[in-house]
Design a binder for this molecule. Structure first.
Ligand SMILES: Nc1ncnc2c1ncn2[C@@H]1O[C@H](COP(=O)(O)OP(=O)(O)O)[C@@H](O)[C@H]1O
Ligand SMILES: [Mg+2]
Length: 179
């Protein structure tokens, strides 16, 4: 796997929850979406098939987006109008030399910074340098769990804010986990 597809260490994530099946992952995303107020950046890491897109589909439902939400694997950017605009990006197939300006990223970041939109990005590493000064930035890490339908989700974010979010979404602190 190329370095630009690196996945962060699980040890860097203090909050964890397990979903069993795609419906539970979508429900987690929906609850996340329902609580967003604009300006949030959500970085999604995890191997292919972890459920990152599934979680964003739920997030869109939580923001009253009713139409089809599809993976931006090939389009790189999908935008959905809802209670807040959702920009769903996936940089897995971004060619390394592609200027981010060419795919409208600067306009997207302006809209997010203004609080009119939220940003959810799969394989976000090419974007990280552009996120300086943006807040809050939450990071989710999806990993395969013990069972075939189990996914473990790690969460990290700004002190205080991430703790609140974790509590609302049913994440447990790493030290409190039974497994
Ligand atoms: N707990 C789960 N959460 C999300 N997806 C799951 C889960 N269990 C099985 N799946 C399946 O895994 C696939 C996840 O795909 P997707 O969301 O596109 O992953 P990613 O975007 O991380 O590559 C879907 O086919 C889904 O049905
Ligand atoms: Mg995906």
């Amino acid at each position: 796997m190329a370095a630009r597809h690196a996945i962060p260490e699980a040890s860097g994530f203090p909050w964890w929850v397990t979903t069993e099946g795609a419906e539970q992952t979508a429900a987690l995303g929906r609850r996340l979406g329902e609580g967003l107020c604009g300006g949030e950046v959500i970085l999604l890491y995890g191997p292919l098939g972890a459920g990152k897109t599934c979680l964003v589909q739920g997030l869109c439902r939580g923001l009253d987006i009713t139409g089809e939400v599809v993976s931006p694997t090939f389009t790189l950017v999908n935008t959905y109008p809802g209670r807040l605009t959702v920009h769903h990006l996936d940089f897995y197939r971004l060619e390394p030399d592609t200027p981010l300006e060419d795919i409208g990223v600067m306009e997207i970041l302006d809209e997010v910074a203004d609080g009119r939109a939220v940003l959810a990005v799969e394989w976000p590493d090419p974007l990280l340098a552009e996120l300086a000064g943006m807040e809050p930035v939450f990071t989710l890490l999806g990993l395969m769990g013990a069972g075939p339908r189990d996914r473990r989700w790690g969460l990290r974010g700004p002190d205080g804010v991430a703790d609140d979010l974790a509590g609302r979404l049913g994440f447990a602190h790493r030290e409190d986990e039974s497994c």
